[in-house]
Write a protein that binds this ligand. Structure first.
Ligand code: MG
Length: 271
């Protein structure tokens, strides 16, 4: 009894703190998280405005890779991806790659720096769960900077965690999601951060993002690696790093992922 009592009290305290922190009313999110540096909102702030919904139209997918692209996912060929150094544990379904819940994130075998990245994805046609539990995945640039994937079609959640958010930092400019089961696209123009030899930050990571043909981030800075409920901050990491895709327990599908290396160096003649 004497051991059980403190354990019960701790669980009760944990439940109470969590219940106070999470706003699960009409506006899911938190009220007890740190203020995001340079902003007036808290991380995952339940009161942060929801971006305007913009119907992106029908679009035209898939977008074929340009000649100089590195193809990371063709017709269900998972060979560019790994689960902890072994073959990726996600599934090849109908020529697409599907997150297998519980199998963990997958990561590219290669590392990248500044890139143009095209990703096509589809949240499950059958709607299950709500808020962050509905169609959640994410594209982690350099394994650290998450561009959120979520079924944000008529699915309220905190705005810095909705689809196309820089998770926990910036909501998209507008919500240009398609509905469950429809193919969508990201075109991401990503510039890696630069660090000095002493580890100081010379320039932050930044990205321009187009979601289903609609601009949702315009040369926006990441405030550091993205995280849940905590304040972002930078620490030095390699110039190149893999891309990873998140297993958040939902069977998201991906197809037609390709990138181009961005080289803003010296101009050269080309024949
Ligand atoms: Mg996610």
């Amino acid at each position: 009894m004497s051991r059980i009592y403190p354990t019960c009290m701790m669980l009760l305290l944990l439940f109470t703190v969590t219940a106070i922190g999470y706003d699960d009313g009409d506006r899911p999110g938190y009220r007890d998280t740190p203020i995001i540096p340079g902003q007036k909102w808290r991380v995952h702030d339940s009161q942060r405005p929801w971006p305007t919904v913009v119907d992106p139209g029908a679009g035209s997918l898939p977008v074929p890779p340009p000649a100089d692209a590195v193809v990371l996912l063709g017709k269900g060929d998972l060979s560019a991806w790994t689960s902890g150094g072994k073959d990726a544990r996600w599934a090849n379904v109908d020529g697409a790659m599907e997150a297998r819940p519980g199998s963990g994130n997958i990561t590219t075998r290669e590392s990248f720096g500044d890139i143009q990245l095209h990703v096509e994805f589809r949240t499950p046609p059958e709607v299950k769960g709500s808020s962050q539990g509905r169609g959640n995945s994410g594209v982690f640039l350099m394994n650290r900077y998450e561009l959120q994937i979520l079924d944000s079609y008529q699915n309220p959640t905190y705005s810095d965690g909705q689809c196309a958010a820089f998770y926990g930092q910036w909501p998209p400019l507008v919500n240009s999601c398609r509905g469950p089961g429809q193919w969508q696209s990201y075109d991401i123009f990503f510039i890696a951060p630069r660090f000095g030899d002493d580890g100081s930050l010379l320039s932050p990571a930044r990205a321009t993002v187009v979601h289903n043909g609609v601009l949702v981030h315009n040369d926006r800075e990441f405030l550091g690696p993205t995280s849940h409920r905590s304040k972002p901050s930078y620490s030095k990491h390699p110039e190149m790093a893999p891309i990873s895709l998140q297993d958040h327990g939902n069977p998201i599908r991906y197809r037609n992922i390709w990138l181009r290396h961005l080289d803003e160096g010296e101009e050269k003649d080309s024949q």
